[in-house]
Design a protein around this ligand. Structure first.
Ligand SMILES: C[S@@+](CC[C@H](N)C(=O)[O-])C[C@H]1O[C@@H](n2cnc3c(N)ncnc32)[C@H](O)[C@@H]1O
Length: 241
């Protein structure tokens, strides 16, 4: 367990969110999307992040995957997982996703399945849940001046939110940190548009590794973009369809 893990747990939760949690009541159920992409291993082993911030965690597949890679390579990392654990609009649109929310009286309970998955994977001293919306979590991180070496963006996939997440969390990156994200594919035009806009505004070219986009790969960074610009900028970008 690292100093960073302890400090963040204390500051954000006050006590370990796993304390007294009965993980045995749940079987491990780690489902996710494209978390086996080689970019995770490339980035975790190259950047050797002391802190990773993941925006959008769902059942923990990508976070657990990164924790496994770090452990296998002897990299002491902490992963801060930002998620409301309420799902996105798509989880209420597609019945097969809705089922994964674990609804109880209409309210999602998948957070507990996520906690259990982390405990079963043996990463309860590495992964810290941060159950907030991405913008509220950003405010908290800014307030406590927390910054990361690696940021993974995989929360809401609507263009304006992805773009706002990119702008916000880019400003929480340490020098030589890397920000990457999921779903640079035609099926998610909001993600593609946000990546293109971010690229234009910052004069940087994303690297695309299969469907993942990567900014700042082994490079110095340009100045942080103006977050207030996010919505106006997005509206100017031609949509793909
Ligand atoms: C695609 S899933 C994440 C998948 C995960 N990274 C994986 O590979 O297994 C998207 C997640 O983003 C979360 N989410 C959506 N909008 C959010 C927001 N505005 N703030 C925080 N989390 C959000 C949802 O609750 C959902 O769990």
């Amino acid at each position: 367990m690292s100093d960073i893990f302890d400090a963040l747990v204390q500051t954000f939760h006050g006590e370990s969110p796993y304390a007294g949690f009965d993980a045995a009541a749940y079987e491990s159920r780690v489902l996710g999307w494209a978390f086996d992409n080689p970019v995770f291993e490339m980035l975790v082993t190259e950047v050797k992040p002391r802190l990773i911030i993941e925006v959008g965690t769902w059942l923990g597949a990508s976070a657990i995957h990164m924790a496994n890679i770090a452990k296998a390579h002897g990299i002491d990392t902490t992963i801060l997982c930002v998620d409301t654990w309420l799902g996105s609009s798509i989880h209420r649109i597609m019945p097969e996703f809705r089922a994964d929310l674990g609804l109880k009286h209409g309210f999602p309970t998948m957070y507990y399945q996520f906690l259990a998955n982390v405990v079963h994977a043996g990463h309860d001293k590495t992964i810290i849940p941060m159950p907030l919306s991405s913008d509220a979590a950003f405010d908290w991180l800014k307030r406590f001046d927390v910054s990361a070496d690696l940021v993974y963006i995989d929360g809401d996939h609507e263009g304006q939110t992805v773009y706002a997440d990119m702008c916000n969390y880019w400003s929480r990156l340490n020098p030589k940190g890397v920000m990457f994200g999921d779903d640079f594919v035609e099926a998610w035009p909001g993600v593609v548009n946000a990546v293109n806009l971010f690229s234009q505004k910052n004069h940087i070219v994303p690297q695309i590794v299969r469907e993942k986009w990567v900014f700042g790969f082994w490079k110095e960074f340009p100045p942080v973009v103006d977050v207030a610009d996010a919505d106006a900028g997005y509206a100017q970008l031609p949509r793909i369809s």
